[in-house]
Design a binder for this molecule. Sequence first.
Ligand SMILES: Cc1ncc(COP(=O)(O)O)c(C=O)c1O
Length: 441
Amino acid sequence: MNAPTRVPNNLEAFWMPYTANRQFKSNPRMFVAAKDMHYTTSDGRQVLDGTAGLWCCNAGHSRPKIVEAIQSQVAELDYAPAFQMGHPKAFELASRLVQLTPQGMDHVFFTNSGSEAVDTALKTALAYHRVRGEGSRFRLIGRERGYHGVGFGGISVGGIVANRKMFGTMLTGVDHIRHTHDLSRNAFSREQPEFGAEYAEDLERVIQLHDASTIAAVIVEPVAGSTGVLIPPKGYLERIRAICDKYGILLIFDEVITGFGRLGTPFAADYFGVTPDLMTVAKGITSGVIPMGAVFVKKEIYDAFMQGPEHLIEFFHGYTYSANPVACAAALGTLDTYHEEGLLTRAADLAAYWADAVHSFKGLPHVIDTRNLGLIGAIELESIAGQPTKRAFTAFLNAYEKGLLIRTTGDIIALSPPLIVSKAQIDELAGILTDVLKTLD
Ligand SMILES: Cc1ncc(COP(=O)(O)O)c(C=O)c1O
């Protein structure tokens, strides 16, 4: 296939998301094609994908089953409303997905992104308590440094300052528990850090402050991704689950990054053996190819809504593109690919090799931490005094020039390759990044 290689003359009109627009437009970086583990740039170079796009292309790029599923679906049924109407693939997909989820999470609501999935989960939690006659539970609890997308719900429960400070009062009735990042005790941990289960007790503090009768739900990422990869300390998630149970508070896991094999299990809930009440996903559900998100809920939650006269709508919520037929087809093609290639558990086989690669950066200039879990890795760099984010951003630019896509947040480099990555490609990634880090000012 001939990929277009021309860079457009005018880059002004597109206001790029989460991008240093002026820096980019003065020196653009363009991808024009992608296949398996690589992107092709507009100047004809191959770039190894160290981040699965934005943590989403878990099956790699332009995979045949997904491409074919989309092509044939769009020609057969391009769109069908999901309000008061259905189409077969939505039900087929829902049934297949709930076979993958932890036991008891057997209903799914479709959205089009992680942000929408988070808003949907928060609204579901509030409405659930209300339909059960506990409408006093209106508070939502998030966590410092949490990332739950960019909707008003997500930034309200999220805990990344830059994502919140511009946007007024956001949702009211939200509070946060402390984050778990503790380099003084846990730097250079392999897999889960030893110390910090007690940070879960901060939830007790917040509950004592507001009273459990006012709290609807707690939302956390089982592994915080976009904030720079924070791996939960041993015992922490178990403790959060126990406290939620003690007070009748719903636990929401935001698995937008960890869902679909990132840790070597279908979901992080499986990896940690902790089952939430609601679970948000997106990204890997279609391997990033077509926008789609979803919220899984326990049967009790779905059942609580199924009451009253049968002709009435039970939940006043949904999106024009919920369960879009092309997205459903993409997701089914993605599940087939995951299944045929064993991708939902492949990270478990590669985890030890990956961990060695991630920790090989220890000792390089400015590296103050390396951490890993499943096929996630992070390298934390000491910030340049007075210029936070600059050092990691320089690493990002240099890596791109050398043929590797990494992602940075603050001064943390995050790595999350597609689940099809080979050991040779892990070596290649580590080699390029070592060169980059060695020459970083
Ligand atoms: C944990 C988590 N939740 C929600 C989102 C938002 O997803 P989207 O960008 O699809 O809205 C992200 C995106 O990175 C995420 O990592």
